[in-house]
Ligand binder design. Structure first.
Ligand code: ADP
Ligand code: ZN
Ligand code: ZN
Length: 658
């Protein structure tokens, strides 16, 4: 009698045994429909056993094995098992979470007819002649065999994509599949078109959140059957079954959207490297400003590094700081920046103003009594959105009408404090009459196709000044932008988050990278109170290495990642005291088994209350990943065994934000 051992999407680490006559080892990785409690559920078969530890009368019989599509391959099962262990997340939820929704349902699917295998890369259209740096990079990479992790550090516009394309062509020519991971696919439709143009005969499958379920299933099956030669996707695509996988590229590897912030809290970049190691293939991490984790790996010789230091078409922009302690600001704009905007306008050039805050002003305040617009459900201020006459919480989404008078004292003298995109847009319209201004932020691009229409407007020269948040920064090629102004970036310099500086540098380098991509040289003006800060000094010299090395030295000294490994135990409860109390008890029981790990104090999260829920966390760290993993495994068992009430908790390994 065969028993099958099944992973189910339940919040438990256990596997479940069922009777299944006729099951064979070939069914490992297959979906199976089983009765579970009073329902039926779809699970994944992870083992065929001749005996079960359960008493026979407690073992139920599975309903059917779904053989509509081939079982998940062994390498994907291994990868998800590793992630389940490493990220402290139940195995069933881990595996099932990687599948398209349709494959998690109990009905079989009707797979599309297999349209043969992928065409070979010999069909690749010719690209431009490579630069010397690109040729050198390719030569180096091609000289390696098997698993080699490369960090391709190339300034914006240095032609990293072209290097990827040559490697993709190599993989296709060897009959392999290439997996390209990008941070946010809806922001980079350009790449999809570029790939299609370059590899016209190779089926391309995209995997990202903007697909509907049937597209997602279809594309996943194309990857899984080996039909798709190229798979372009966002973080979840790292788990797609790829029978002929030969290359993984992670573009903009520093981007925090590779980190999943709920459920299985994994880093797709790290999983990509792991997967490449498991499959013994090439993996390339590309970025102008690598994460300090990856950069340190390169410095330590565990990754190999290649540098593309020059732009292909243009010179790098000049970056200067405007000292805002000396320059008077009108609505957040300094005279030198206004003058530069004016001059660019007169020349017919395009400018971009970057301010990472949407809305009109981040807080509304009463001059007489000091009332401020606080969100009732979050420890955060409501942002004034003047165009809609709303106060809106950027944490929980709560909105209410903007008051005409102070709700506390009735005074009508309400003051919007600080600037957001709407206010800058309004100020520019007033100060540069006649300029055609376009605001690009989450509010203005919410409508479907809005962003595409805006891009067309920008490209067809209908816009003089763009005002936008970071959604503008990512990878877009607007050749006519010659001036970039950066406002209100200083906050990150004195943030309590030790990664804030790293993120700021990456973001500003990206934004600066938008300037001067065409024939005219670019100029970047950063308004700051701290023009001598090492971060800005490195940025102005475009010296990522200097910046990274200073940061790494500080981190080493302070005992912070990447020199220690961290995990956070997060707790959420209606009352802060409940969450903190849970963490204190977890710390007490944890410290009894702590060996080579340090438990820090429990603290409230930076935004403590969000949508009415109080949040706190406790960090555990160790110089040894192994010691941390061993500890977390045992600690989690302790925590699961303790009946906890009124607290939702989870463990996050390698957290990026605390
Ligand atoms: P990155 O991704 O490094 O920022 P891109 O890959 O976007 O840079 O390249 C910048 C621009 O240069 C693109 O328009 C690209 O098509 C072009 N390009 C890249 N390599 C070459 C080359 N060898 N010759 C001519 N143009 C190139
Ligand atoms: Zn008041
Ligand atoms: Zn709120």
């Amino acid at each position: 009698m065969a028993f099958i051992r099944v992973a189910l999407d339940v919040p438990l680490a256990t596997l479940f045994d069922y009777r299944m006559p006729g099951a064979t080892p070939a069914d490992i990785g297959a979906r199976v429909v089983v009765p579970f409690r009073r329902k039926i559920a779809t699970g994944i078969i992870l083992g065929i056993e001749s005996a079960s530890v359960l008493p026979p009368q407690r073992i139920r019989t599975a309903l059917r094995i779904l053989r509509d599509v081939p079982p998940l391959p062994v390498d994907v099962l291994k990868l998800t098992k590793f992630c389940s262990d490493y990220y402290q997340y139940p195995i069933g939820a881990t595996i099932l979470g990687t599948l398209p929704l349709r494959l998690r349902q109990t009905r079989p699917i009707k797979p599309p007819p297999d349209a043969g295998t992928a065409a070979s890369g010999a069909d690749a259209a010719a690209g431009p002649a490579l630069s010397a740096e690109q040729r050198h990079a390719l030569k180096q990479i091609r000289a390696g065999h098997g698993f080699v992790p490369w960090l391709l550090r190339g300034v914006t516009g240095s032609g990293k994509t072209e290097v990827y394309f040559h490697l993709v062509a190599d993989a296709l020519a060897r009959g392999k599949q290439a997996l390209l991971l990008v941070p946010e696919i809806n922001l980079t439709p350009q790449l999809e078109a570029q790939i299609a143009a370059r590899f016209p005969a190779t089926p391309l499958a995209t995997l990202h959140s903007a697909l509907n379920e049937s597209e997602r299933l279809h594309n996943w099956l194309a990857a899984q059957s080996g039909r798709a030669g190229i798979v372009l996707g966002t973080r979840l695509a790292v788990f797609a079954p790829l029978p002929r996988l030969g290359l993984i590229v992670v573009d903009e590897e520093h981007d925090t959207s590779f980190k999943q912030a709920e459920g299985l809290r994994y880093s797709a970049r790290d999983v990509a490297v792991l997967r490449a190691k498991q499959r013994e293939i090439l993996v390339v991490l590309g970025s102008a400003t690598p994460s300090l984790e990856s950069y340190q790996q390169a410095l330590a010789g565990r990754y190999r590094q290649l540098v593309l230091s020059r732009r292909i078409h243009a010179e790098l922009p000049s970056i200067e700081c405007i000292d805002t302690r000396r320059a008077a600001l009108i609505d957040g704009l300094s005279q030198p920046l206004l003058a530069a905007l004016h001059a660019t306008l007169k020349r017919g050039g395009q400018s971009l103003i970057f301010i990472n805050r949407r809305g009109y002003s981040p807080v509304l305040m009463c001059r007489s009594c000091g009332w401020t617009s606080d969100c009732r459900r979050c420890s955060a201020k409501l942002v004034l959105h003047l165009q809609e006459h709303l106060l809106r919480c950027h944490h929980c989404g709560h909105t209410e009408p903007a008051p005409a008078a102070c709700p506390q004292c009735g005074d009508q003298d309400l003051l919007p404090v600080g600037q957001g995109t709407q206010r800058i847009e309004a100020a520019l319209a007033r100060m540069l009459p006649g300029a055609r201004i376009l605001r690009i932020d989450r509010d203005s691009t919410r409508r479907k196709h809005a962003w595409r229409e805006m891009r067309e407007q920008i490209q067809s020269q209908q816009i003089d000044i763009l005002v936008g948040t970071q959604i503008l920064a990512k990878g877009h090629d607007f050749p006519r932008i010659t001036l970039v102004g950066v406002l209100n970036a200083d906050g990150a310099l004195y943030s309590t988050d030790f990664r804030a500086g790293e993120r700021l540098y990456a973001r500003l380098a990206q934004v600066a990278g938008r300037a001067g991509r065409g024939e005219h040289p670019g100029r970047v003006l950063v308004q700051t109170d701290f023009p001598d800060h090492p971060l800005y000094r490195a940025l102005c010299r475009d010296d990522y290495a200097a910046f990274a090395e200073t940061q790494l030295a500080e981190r080493r000294q302070a005992g912070l990642p990447p020199f220690v490994h961290q995990a956070a135990l997060r707790a959420e409860a209606p009352q802060l005291a409940t969450a903190l109390d849970f963490l204190a008890r977890a710390a007490a029981s944890g410290s009894r088994i702590a060996d080579g790990v340090t438990l820090l104090d429990a603290v409230p999260a930076a935004v403590t209350r969000r949508a009415g829920i109080e949040r706190a966390h406790l960090v555990v760290e160790s110089r040894s990943r192994r010691a941390l993993q061993d500890f977390l495994f045992r600690w989690r068992q302790q925590l699961e065994a303790a009946a906890v009430r009124k607290v939702r908790w989870m463990i996050e390994v390698d957290p990026l934000e605390l």
